[in-house]
Ligand binder design. Structure first.
Ligand code: ADP
Ligand code: MG
Length: 266
């Protein structure tokens, strides 16, 4: 059991009805407990499709996903998702948005007072305690994503699934949130799979970068180990030869070697 991957994606093929070719074809990926994996690939190659299957929102046509020995076939609180466009309930406050998720997932194990304390703790984790009584339309996009992350983490998921969570944010806010996510990952040791198309983000945050080939029939083209020491400092790393080399390797893949291995391009 201890040698088995924590999250095991094997021979995953996904075809949508009425389209002749599968979006993903034979994706294999093993993720360790506590690992931070970034998945990068061109727009439309099937990144969100892959994440949605792991989330249990979409069924695989062939192959499958096993999390801690258990087959994934429906959504569950052990796999919390944060999407690019925050999906907070607009009529609830920040506190209530998180509290709802806490009540839905932890009512059996925590008392009412404990659920309150846990909600407050997660607000503090993303430095949003000050805005607990604000509604989503009263806070910025970056703050909404922080609440989305707090809500996801409050469910104590085994895996945090992030689908381009910072894609809609300005560069400075994005940098700030990336630093916060790194800090949270270091503190909690949560297993994270993050979809991104931002090369710098992938290199800065992850333990491994999984590069998908272009669809249809997309698969894992290459995996890059990012064994840079943590904690990572974005300014120091910008001049680090290992960071620069990794960045170049990912860019090279995206621009030149993005077709499936073994596929002959005319
Ligand atoms: P990415 O997240 O990498 O940009 P997606 O996973 O969203 O890409 O989409 C991959 C491909 O699958 C695209 O060509 C998209 O049009 C197609 N696709 C996604 N969802 C559906 C669906 N529900 N039905 C049919 N085709 C879909
Ligand atoms: Mg997508």
């Amino acid at each position: 059991m201890s040698n088995a991957p924590f999250l095991d994606i094997s021979h995953l093929t996904i075809a949508f009805p009425r389209s002749p070719l599968p979006v993903l074809n034979g994706v294999d990926l093993k993720i360790r407990r506590g690992e931070y994996v970034a998945v990068i690939g061109h727009s439309g190659c099937g990144k969100s499709t892959l994440l949605n299957v792991i989330a249990g929102l979409l069924k695989a046509s062939a192959g499958g996903v096993v999390l801690e020995g258990k087959e994934v076939n429906q959504p569950g609180p052990d796999r919390a998702v944060v999407f690019q466009n925050h999906s907070l309930l607009p009529w609830l406050t920040c506190y209530e948005n998180i509290r709802l998720a806490v009540d839905q997932t932890l009512s059996a194990s925590l008392s009412k007072a404990e659920r309150h304390a846990w909600t407050m703790e997660n607000l503090e984790l993303v430095r949003m305690s000050h805005a607990k009584d604000k509604r989503p339309n009263e806070i910025s996009g970056g703050m909404k994503q922080r609440i989305g992350i707090a809500r996801a983490l409050a469910m104590k998921p085994k895996v945090l699934l992030l689908d381009e969570p910072f894609g809609a944010l300005d560069a400075l806010t994005r940098a700030h949130l990336q630093d916060q996510v790194m800090e949270i990952h270091a503190r909690l040791g949560t297993t994270v799979m993050m979809i991104t198309h931002d090369v710098d983000e992938a290199v800065l945050l992850s333990d491994r970068i999984v590069m998908l080939t272009n669809g249809p029939n997309a698969q894992v083209g290459e995996i890059l180990d990012m064994d840079l020491p943590r904690p990572r400092d974005r300014l120091a790393l910008a001049a680090d030869p290992r960071f620069i080399a990794a960045r170049a390797a990912v860019l090279e893949f995206l621009h030149h070697r993005h077709t499936a291995p073994g596929l002959v391009v005319a």
